[in-house]
Design a protein around this ligand. Structure first.
Ligand code: 4AD
Ligand code: MG
Length: 462
C-alpha cells in the first residue's frame, strides 16, 4: 500500500493502484465525477475520476461527502491538465471505511476560525493548515536531532518528575499519589509528604537543565528534547503550560561560545525546514503571513546583533513613550520591548546578554562587576524571546552565595553543588522553546495553534 506522496513519484501509467484516505471534495458532472483525496502524507490531494456509467461506482456517490474515509482502486494515468497535477486515478472500485455526515461534521470546506478549530482539536489536523503545521513540526524535530548529532552532541533523557525547581520561580505542577480528598497531615497540620509515593514533595519539571549539567560534565556535549511544564497563570499568545524544550549543555563553553551555538542552531534548523517543507511552508506564506519567507530569510542570512542588557536599556528608555510598561535598569524585558528591538530597531534577530543579577536565575555565572550575570536571551521578530541561556556559575562559593540570595535550600541541591566540588569546569547551555520556534517558522501568531493539543490556563480538553 502506497501513500499519495509515494504515488506522485511513480512512473506512469500504473495499473491497479490502491489509495486510502479521506475525501476532501466530491463533485459530479454529466459523464464523470471527481474527488480529491488526501491521506496526510503531503499537502496535495490526489484527483480521482469516476465514470458515471459504472454502477459499481455510482452507487457510492451520494455517500462521498467531505470527511468520508475510503479505499479506492484504480489506474494511475497522466493527467490531461498537467498544470494542476501530474497524475490522476481512474477509479475501478470503491470501499467506504467510515461515513461522515455533512450536517454534523464540524470541518467543512469553508474556512473556520482558529478559535473554533481549537474546540475541535481532535478533528482540526484534517484541515490543510493544521496538517501542514504538524508535518512541519515533525520535520523540525528531525532537524534538531540531526543538527546535534552532526555536531557531536549526545541526546540524553532527564527526569520529568523532579524535586528541584530549576528556574527557582516556584511555577511547578505538583505530582502526588495522594488521595486529594484525604491528605495525610503531620503534627503541624501540614501535608505529610514523607507518606507520599516518593517520600518527598515532587513536581513536573520546568527544565531539564540541572540534570543536563550533570550529564554534560561527563559526556561533554549533550542535549535534551522533552516536555517541560510551567504552572504560571499567563494567558498570552506565547505562553503554554506544557511545552517541549530543547536544552543543549556544553562543558568548557563560555557565554560567547554559547551565543555562537544558539545562533548557528537557529539558522541551521530554519534552513532545514525551508529546504524540506517547501510545499507546507507555501501554505503559511500564502494564507497566514505574507511576509513569512522574508522573515525566514532574515533569520537564516543575517548575523545576529549582540547587545549588552545595559546598552539595550539605554536605547529602550529613549522610546519609553511607545511602551505600555516603561522599562528601566533591573527589569526583565517584556515582549513589547523585545519585539521593538528586533522588529523596529535592529530589524534582525538579536542576542541580549549580561542581564542584571536580580532578573536572572540563581545558576547564572556572576560577572566581575558584581551587578550582572552571564545570561543571554535570543530574540526574534514576532515572538521576542526564543531562547534563554547562560554560562553557569561553576565556583562553589559564589554559587552557594547566590543560592542564599534566592533563599534556596542548599541541602536540597547537594548533588548540584557536588558538580562544583568534583572536577568543576566552565560550562554553558540554553533552552529553546519548541512551540515558539514553530511560531517563528510558520508565522502562526498564537501558541495554541502550533501544537496539536495545547495546555493553557483554563483549558486542558482532549
Ligand atoms: O528562559 P527559560 O525559562 O530558560 C530555562 O528554562 C533554562 N533552564 C534553559 C537553559 O539554560 N537550559 O526557558 C527557555 C525557553 C524560553 O526562551 C522560551 O522559548 C521557552 O523556553 N519557554 C516557553 N515557551 C512557551 N510557554 C512558556 N510558558 C515558556 N516558558 C519558557
Ligand atoms: Mg527566559
Amino acid at each position: 500500500m502506497k501513500t499519495i506522496k509515494e504515488i506522485f513519484n511513480l512512473e506512469l501509467p500504473q495499473k491497479d493502484i490502491e489509495i486510502r484516505g479521506w475525501i476532501k471534495t466530491f463533485r459530479g458532472s454529466k459523464e464523470y465525477s471527481f474527488a480529491e483525496i488526501n491521506d496526510g502524507s503531503l499537502r496535495k490531494s490526489l484527483q480521482i475520476i469516476f465514470d458515471n456509467k459504472n454502477e459499481n461506482l455510482s452507487v457510492f456517490f451520494e455517500k462521498l461527502n467531505t470527511g468520508v474515509s475510503v479505499k479506492i482502486v484504480g489506474d494511475l494515468v497522466e493527467s490531461p491538465n498537467r498544470a494542476n497535477q501530474k497524475c490522476e486515478l481512474q477509479a475501478k472500485q470503491i470501499e467506504i471505511c467510515g461515513e461522515c455526515s455533512p450536517e454534523k461534521y464540524p470541518i467543512q470546506k469553508k474556512r473556520a476560525s482558529d478559535e473554533f478549530l481549537r474546540t475541535v482539536a481532535h478533528l482540526r489536523p484534517r484541515t490543510n493548515k493544521y496538517a501542514s503545521m504538524l508535518r512541519i513540526r515533525a520535520e523540525l524535530s528531525f532537524a534538531i536531532h540531526n543538527y546535534f548529532r552532526n555536531n557531536g552532541f549526545f541526546y540524553v533523557h532527564t527526569p520529568i518528575i523532579t524535586t528541584s525547581d530549576c528556574e527557582g520561580a516556584g511555577q511547578m505542577f505538583s505530582v502526588s499519589a495522594f488521595d486529594m480528598d484525604n491528605l495525610p497531615l503531620n503534627k503541624d497540620g501540614k501535608v505529610d509528604f514523607s507518606k507520599d509515593i516518593f517520600s518527598q514533595k515532587t513536581a513536573l519539571t520546568v527544565s531539564g537543565q540541572l540534570e543536563g549539567e550533570a550529564l554534560a560534565l561527563a559526556l561533554g556535549k549533550i542535549y535534551t528534547f522533552g516536555p517541560t511544564f510551567r504552572a504560571e497563570n499567563s494567558n498570552t499568545y506565547r505562553h503554554c503550560s506544557e511545552i517541549w524544550m530543547i536544552e543543549p549543555e556544553m562543558a568548557f563553553y563560555d557565554l560567547k561560545e554559547d551565543m555562537e551555538l544558539a545562533q548557528d542552531f537557529v539558522k541551521s534548523i530554519t534552513k532545514h525546514v525551508i529546504e524540506h517543507c517547501a510545499d507546507d511552508l507555501d501554505l503559511f506564506a500564502k494564507f497566514v503571513d505574507k511576509s513569512l519567507l522574508e522573515t525566514l530569510k532574515n533569520v537564516v542570512e543575517n548575523k545576529y546583533e549582540h547587545i549588552a542588557y545595559g546598552d539595550a536599556i539605554k536605547l529602550l528608555e529613549k522610546e519609553n513613550d511607545k511602551f505600555e510598561n516603561k522599562i528601566s535598569w533591573g527589569a526583565d524585558l517584556g515582549s513589547e520591548h523585545e519585539r521593538f528591538l528586533v522588529e523596529r530597531y535592529f530589524k534582525k534577530p538579536a542576542i541580549l546578554y549580561n542581564k542584571p543579577k536580580e532578573a536572572a536565575a540563581f545558576y547564572m555565572k556572576l560577572n566581575d562587576d558584581g551587578r550582572t550575570v552571564r545570561g543571554m536571551d535570543l530574540l526574534v521578530p514576532r515572538i521576542g524571546e526564543l531562547i534563554g541561556g547562560s554560562e553557569r556559575e561553576n565556583r562553589l562559593e559564589v554559587l552557594e552565595q547566590r543560592m542564599g540570595d534566592f533563599k534556596i535550600n542548599k541541602e536540597d541541591y547537594w548533588w548540584y553543588l557536588d558538580l562544583r566540588r568534583f572536577g568543576s569546569v566552565p560550562h554553558s547551555g540554553f533552552g529553546l522553546g519548541f512551540e515558539r520556534m514553530m511560531m517563528l517558522i510558520t508565522g502562526i501568531t498564537n501558541i495554541r495553534d502550533v501544537t496539536a493539543f495545547p495546555r493553557v490556563p483554563g483549558y486542558a480538553e482532549f
